[in-house]
Write a protein that binds this ligand. Structure first.
Ligand code: ADP
Length: 253
């Protein structure tokens, strides 16, 4: 742990808001800025990171001293996920809390991360076992990056997540409002697929930074399905630029 300079936990109270996409893109972007980065997929029941980075099918191995070697996505980005331990992609993980806690502990303590500038943790939705274990095992993260979508239905759950951070004294590094508007590729008209601007409002209510809005973009989703992180796959795209703009304050000098 002492070899990891910064620990960021990507969280949300709601599923399907783009947490894994944000976590994977943040880790890749940091690694392209010359930093040594680790990406820990703490979503035990629905690991998305292997697919998002096209490293699914890879399997974990140990070194001579029985320490687990993370999968190397690149020279500067190492990844760990339960997805690298399953017999096949259709296999469910049917575990209760204590088993999940043990695995998260192993992912942090028994993995040969080496020296890292950043460890980015992708948490499953909600305020249950996994985020609790991550916070406990990391023993003092820099803070949480909260992902939400514009509409009230998401905000209801994301506010709970913000209160959870407050109660556990986990600083909130900022809120990203994802899937925020859609610009029609045919007529260039902006349509708010999800009504509301809950991200900015929550940042104000909870007095935490607002990192920015990321639009809905079918090409981001398509790139994710092909394992191509959007920030590097199509860097000139306005959605990729919006992601980078949101990540910029998270890059320490
Ligand atoms: P979560 O981790 O919160 O469950 P994911 O990152 O798995 O969410 O994203 C859910 C789906 O939404 C994925 O198919 C992903 O590609 C897509 N998605 C995420 N953000 C966007 C966006 N800004 N525009 C279009 N699709 C998106």
């Amino acid at each position: 742990m002492s070899e990891i300079a910064h620990k960021y936990i990507v969280m949300s109270g709601k599923g399907g808001v783009g947490k894994s996409s944000v976590a994977a893109n943040l880790a890749v972007w940091l690694s392209t800025r010359g930093k040594q980065v680790g990406l820990l997929d703490a979503d035990i029941h629905g690991p998305s990171v292997p697919t998002l980075l096209a490293v699914n099918g890879r399997r974990l191995v140990s070194d001579d001293s029985q320490r687990v070697l993370p999968i190397e996505y690149s020279r500067t980005l190492k990844v760990i996920s339960i997805g690298f331990m399953l017999a096949n992609d259709n296999e469910p993980v049917i575990w209760r809390g204590p088993m999940k806690h043990n695995l998260i502990q192993q992912f942090v303590q028994d993995v040969e991360w080496g020296r890292l500038d950043y460890l980015v943790v992708d948490c499953p939705p909600g305020t249950g076992d996994e985020p609790l274990s991550v916070i406990q095992v990391l023993g003092g993260a820099d803070g949480a990056v909260i992902v939400t979508t514009p509409q009230e239905l998401a905000a209801v759950d994301v506010r709970k997540c913000l209160t959870f951070c407050k109660q556990l004294s986990l600083p909130v590094l900022g809120i990203i409002e994802n899937m925020s508007g859609f610009v029609c590729p045919h007529c260039a008209k902006r349509v708010d697929i999800f009504a509301g601007h809950s991200g900015e409002q929550m940042a104000e209510d909870f007095q935490v930074p607002f990192l920015g809005c990321v639009p809905i973009d079918p090409s981001l989703s398509a790139a994710g399905d092909c394992g191509k992180p959007f920030v590097t796959h199509d860097p000139q795209n306005p959605t990729a630029q919006a992601l980078r703009h949101a990540f910029e304050p998270l890059l320490t000098s």
